[in-house]
Ligand binder design. Structure first.
Ligand SMILES: C[S@@+](CC[C@H](N)C(=O)[O-])C[C@H]1O[C@@H](n2cnc3c(N)ncnc32)[C@H](O)[C@@H]1O
Length: 402
């Protein structure tokens, strides 16, 4: 298979190399921002599971350099278009046929349009080393390990005393993002379980460092019982959405939860000694059922309405008892409902389809990745293969003969 085969099959892989992103994941964050305006008013961010660092690159370019992507770039383009229609400016230059058709194209912002933000702090953490990015603090640590909390708090506030028992940031952050993924085994249930552990580790860290009003964005694998997770998140955030960027393959169970407006319940104290886990603490911190805004799932076949004043919480597993009235018979009955987060597909509809193959120009030259992995999990396997005679397991004698 030629070097450009993956370039054809994966438009975002190719675009990432062309636009200087370390990974195609950059487009996922940019498309989430297009929908949710994630970076508005944001100066302090924690990027969890950040290697090789494309999300950190996005943060660096938006917050430190002041470039415009995602939502702000889209708004800018719209404003320019309106002005063009009003004939204030001359005609827009015709876009190149090979340019990415969305706001995710990294058209360099001219230096007079750059708006760097002040007092930016970005801390990025991963198990793997992250090659340095100017202005970003990188930590090599395991987000599931309690020892990572003081490391993170120290990075956020150099005056933090690690021997103090506090696990709360004195200078909290506006946004926590996590793209954490385990090495996928292919065993669906196991992968989903390990991923959910990473998600809870990210959430527990976020609860220690987020300021009220802050946002939390994290990768999830949509499996059974994911609605329990949504119900848990709804305890801490005003709005919880599930989002699927166009750059995330439709065939993959991957999606992102986007949680807006952090509002911890009264009495809640984040603690890694007593971390939040699957299904935990729902009853403890939900004196009232979730607001009526979310969609309700009907487990019965007939039409029904629910009467919120009759809602009662059950034993804290995210399932709520409601008194429902069957509209056809008028009979009242008890039913179980779960809270379901709104699902949003994001990214411009004209954006590349991550499941499609695209033909490339005849003279197309395939580029090397911007940042090859510094310490990939398969590094040892490559070393062993080399020691055993090189590529495809051939011994040195076999290679010499061939
Ligand atoms: C999909 S990659 C992240 C890509 C990154 N957002 C980017 O844009 O370059 C998932 C990362 O999760 C990291 N990871 C998995 N488990 C982790 C853990 N327990 N602690 C820290 N990082 C972890 C992996 O090392 C891997 O780099």
């Amino acid at each position: 298979m030629g070097k450009s085969s993956k370039d054809k099959r994966d438009a975002y892989y190719r675009l990432a190399k062309e636009q200087g992103w370390r990974a195609r994941s950059a487009f996922k964050l940019l498309q989430l921002d297009e929908e949710f305006n994630l970076f508005e008013g944001v100066t302090r961010v924690v990027d969890l599971c950040a290697a090789p660092g494309s999300w950190s690159q996005v943060l660096s370019r938006v917050l430190i350099k002041g470039e415009k992507f995602g939502r702000t770039a889209w708004q800018d383009r719209e404003a320019k278009f309106r002005q063009q229609v009003l004939n204030v400016f001359g005609p827009e230059p015709t876009p190149s046929p090979h340019a990415a058709p969305t706001t995710t194209s990294a058209v360099p912002t001219s230096s007079d349009e750059l708006k760097p933000r002040r007092d930016v702090k970005i801390v990025s953490i991963d198990l793997q080393p992250i090659s340095p990015l100017p202005g970003i603090i990188t930590l090599r640590a395991d987000i599931t390990h309690p020892a990572t909390v003081p490391l993170l708090l120290k990075a956020l506030d150099p005056d933090y005393n690690p021997s103090s028992s506090s696990q709360q940031a004195s200078q909290p952050v506006d946004l926590v993002i996590s793209d954490g993924a385990p090495d996928v085994t292919g065993l669906h249930d196991l992968d989903i379980y390990v991923q959910s552990q990473l998600l809870f580790a990210a959430l527990n860290l976020a609860l220690c460092v987020l300021k009220p009003g802050g946002k939390f964005v994290a990768k999830i694998f949509r499996g059974r019982n994911v609605d329990l997770l949504y119900a848990q998140l709804k305890i801490f955030f005003e709005k919880v959405h599930v989002a699927k960027p166009r750059s995330s393959r439709a065939s993959s169970v991957e999606a992102f939860i986007v949680c807006i407006n952090f509002q911890p319940p009264a009495g809640f104290k984040a603690s890694l000694e007593n971390p939040l886990g699957v299904g935990d603490r729902l009853s403890q911190f939900t004196p009232t059922p979730p607001p009526a805004e979310p969609l309700m799932q009907d487990h019965a076949t007939g039409a029904w309405s629910y009467t919120p004043q009759h809602q009662q919480q059950t034993d804290g597993d995210g399932i709520y008892d409601v008194s429902v009235t069957d509209l056809t018979t008028g009979n009242k009955r008890k039913d179980h409902i779960r809270w379901i987060a709104p699902f949003v597909a994001c990214g411009d509809l004209s954006a590349f389809d991550s499941d499609a193959s695209y033909t490339l120009p005849e003279d197309y030259v395939s580029l090397d990745p911007v940042q090859p992995p510094t310490a990939p999990p398969y590094k040892r396997a490559i070393e062993l293969r080399r020691a055993n005679g090189g590529a495809y397991g051939k011994t040195q004698t076999q290679q010499a003969k061939s």
